[in-house]
Design a protein around this ligand. Structure first.
Ligand SMILES: Nc1nc2c(ncn2[C@@H]2O[C@H](COP(=O)(O)OP(=O)(O)OP(=O)(O)O)[C@@H](O)[C@H]2O)c(=O)[nH]1
Ligand SMILES: [Mg+2]
Length: 303
């Protein structure tokens, strides 16, 4: 995970260790660094900011000597990424659910995102996470569009022991979602997670449908599930979904399969929406909070 980004940072760290740099050299390194980030799917505006950040730090520290073969330098470089990453807090999420539960109402989370991005898997992963924290969960099968979607969800949720509320294919997704919320109220379930059909910014009917689900259900939270493998496209798509339906958090799936890692670095800066979790595998427990610490430990090769 984040291998491409790590190599970009290592390259500069290695070149810089124990050297005193002229302004020209600093500029050249910052430019190389920016290009290395861009080639690893970091969005251009983010790469530019990080390049400037690097130049600034190098100006401040250029007389310092790094004695440990570049490790200290790499640590400093990893810190540069902090300025563009917004962490979402799973604790805040748990707190909000708890507050809602104390009023006797279920907390409703709507999941949106492009086709095949990882929504259905992520919905079940998050439901498991919430169950581990003591919340009873229910999932609404509001993808009534793609063949096999309902059975896929039932199979995954069944494996995790989570109830699914479903109707037939072609049913109105907003009605399925509402049905699930009512069922949750009746059975004292604290969290309802709504799985929806994948869509892109050109599917006008499906985008309208997504808005309708939101309007009818009034979710407490909208989570955009993006595909790390899509790189920059994931960042652009997240922006479009936010404009269209309003997004509170991002979960970036398939970080484990992404050889570059740029979308994880860029997406929260470009969209202004924190990444709350990342998907790190196909298993139902492969969901990790996304923190600056996680990024740092991946960059420094500590895991
Ligand atoms: N390696 C890896 N694979 C993942 C991850 N999350 C999901 N997948 C896989 O990605 C594929 C698509 O996942 P789904 O959950 O079906 O995606 P979706 O967004 O619901 O897809 P549609 O409903 O067709 O739009 C499946 O093969 C998942 O197992 C992850 O974090 N890591
Ligand atoms: Mg799905």
């Amino acid at each position: 995970m984040l291998d491409g980004i790590r190599r970009a940072l290592e390259g500069v760290a290695e070149a810089l260790k124990t050297r005193k740099l002229s302004d020209e050299e600093i500029k050249a390194y910052a430019e190389d660094f920016k290009l290395a980030l861009i080639s690893n799917d970091v969005a251009v505006e983010v790469a530019e900011k990080l390049g400037e950040e690097l130049a600034e730090r190098l100006r401040l520290i250029r007389v310092k000597r790094f004695g440990d073969g570049g490790g200290e330098m790499l640590e400093l470089m990893a810190g540069i990424l902090d300025s563009v990453i917004r962490e979402g807090s799973p604790d805040d999420l748990l707190k909000r659910i708890r507050e809602k539960a104390s009023s006797g109402e279920p907390f409703v989370i709507l999941f949106v995102g492009p086709n095949g991005g990882g929504k259905t898997t992520t919905v079940v992963k998050l439901a498991r996470f919430l169950q581990r924290h003591g919340f009873r969960c229910l999932i609404a099968a509001a993808d009534t569009f793609r063949a096999g979607a309902i059975e896929q969800l039932q199979r995954l949720a069944g494996a995790a022991g989570i109830r699914v509320v479903s109707q037939r294919y072609g049913a109105d997704p907003a009605a399925v979602a509402m049905d699930a919320v009512m069922s949750a109220r009746a059975s004292r379930v604290q969290a309802v997670l709504i799985d929806t059909a994948g869509r892109t910014e050109v599917d006008h009917n499906l985008l309208e449908e997504m808005r309708k689900i939101k309007r009818v259900v009034g979710p407490d939270l909208v989570i955009y599930v993006g595909d790390a493998l899509a790189g920059n496209a994931a960042v652009e798509q997240a922006k479009r979904f936010d404009e269209y339906v309003g997004v509170d958090y991002v979960i970036l799936a398939k970080l484990d399969a992404d050889a570059r890692g740029g979308s994880a670095i860029s997406i929260s800066y470009v969209t202004g929406k924190p990444i709350i979790f990342v998907g790190t595998g196909q298993g139902l427990d492969d969901l990790e909070p996304f923190t600056r610490e996680l990024v740092k430990s991946l960059i420094l090769g500590r895991r």
